[in-house]
Design a protein around this ligand. Sequence first.
Ligand code: UDX
Length: 433
Amino acid sequence: MKLSVFGCGYLGAVHAAAMASLGHDVVGIDPVAEKIAKLSAGETPFFEPGLPEILSQSLASGRLRFTTDPAEAADADVHFIGVGTPQRRDGAGADMTYVNQAVADLIPHLKPGALVVGKSTVPVGTAARLAELVNAAGARLAWNPEFLREGFAVKDTIEPDRLVYGVADASKEQDTTILDEVYSRAIAAGTPRIVTDYATAELVKVAANSFLATKISFINAMAEIAEVTGADVTQLADAIGHDARIGRRFLNAGVGFGGGCLPKDIRAFTARAEELGKGESVAFLKQVDEINLRRRQRLVDLVVDSFDGRVFGRHVAVLGLAFKPDSDDIRDSPALDVAVRLKGLGAEVVSHDPEAIENARRLHPQLTYADSVDAALEGAEAVVVVTEWKQYRELDAVVTAAKVARPVVFDGRNVLDPATWRGAGWTYTGMGR
Ligand code: UDX
């Protein structure tokens, strides 16, 4: 099929390359010329395992190209909108500038009968509004939310765990057939598929992310209780996680969630619910947000306490900057936030991350960045693990002790074994254990 993808960020670039790798003919469109030049040369503008491979294969096959010119979408039968919906600068709601612009750029080039497919996470009601514009141009609109996780984006796009099609009632069968053809491989593999209306499709995405955020903040709230009772939140999570109704995944307590999705999605959902006069229905999401942000300060307080309240001039090694491992994304990253807060208190912070240093440096040039773990550890009076990269999880407690000035470790992700680290002479502090 001939497809276009508007937006070449985390969502759009992966979608374009993945669709081409499935055999479709794809054009990726983005107004940022630098991004287009990079992608056209087979370079990924961000770190995502597996993306460089499918990008270069698809470019070489001739089925994938990138451009800044929306007119090049004219040939396509299906157009995906995969641009960002970040938090507004002036509030909690979603900034719809990029979605509105992409649709406006596309409309003059739509063939009659073309299908526009929204993938961006948007406030409920957006699809109904955009459908009027698209229909007026003789085309149709569907909403097909994306559930990809960074670090697993390629797999999640090619082998999704479910497909959701929000379609107009009048063209339900026709649009479902087209989307089934786009996703024929996943459909043939028996992937569950839910065909619904626009509002449900839009809500599925924010509901899923709200649930995940709530699950993480729930266990972090338990960590707060564990901290004043001497309980171990990790064992608590293991024990309740054996109940299949609860499940162990997304019950890892620590410094909390960040990234380009969960924080802004729960805020945008709260803002949208308030507009709809139903703010009370999701008022709990404000507490989910608050619990989450408290954990960052809690970790900072623990570090400061270990210096009897005087962290000024003390050498703190912060391991991790990305919001999660296997990503170079620092948007709303708890790890970067902890480094910045400690630096703000006067600590000599030296940060390391296998992939995210370049992005962090651009935003926070005042921090000191080490290009190796060893360089960060050298002379450290406290070590703070804030992103659970494999190389930090596998640090040898004995070898590491020999590198630092003071063997004091803060496990912001509860990924180190306390007994091993204490056995090697460390003062170990986890989050709620
Ligand atoms: C999320 C959703 O998982 C995905 O379905 C959606 O499409 C986009 O948003 P992503 O932002 O890539 O994906 O990250 P995710 O793996 O969900 O992690 C989010 C944050 O939660 C990370 O900062 C992670 O460290 C944190 N987290 C996750 C925890 O603190 N504890 C956990 O148990 C799990």
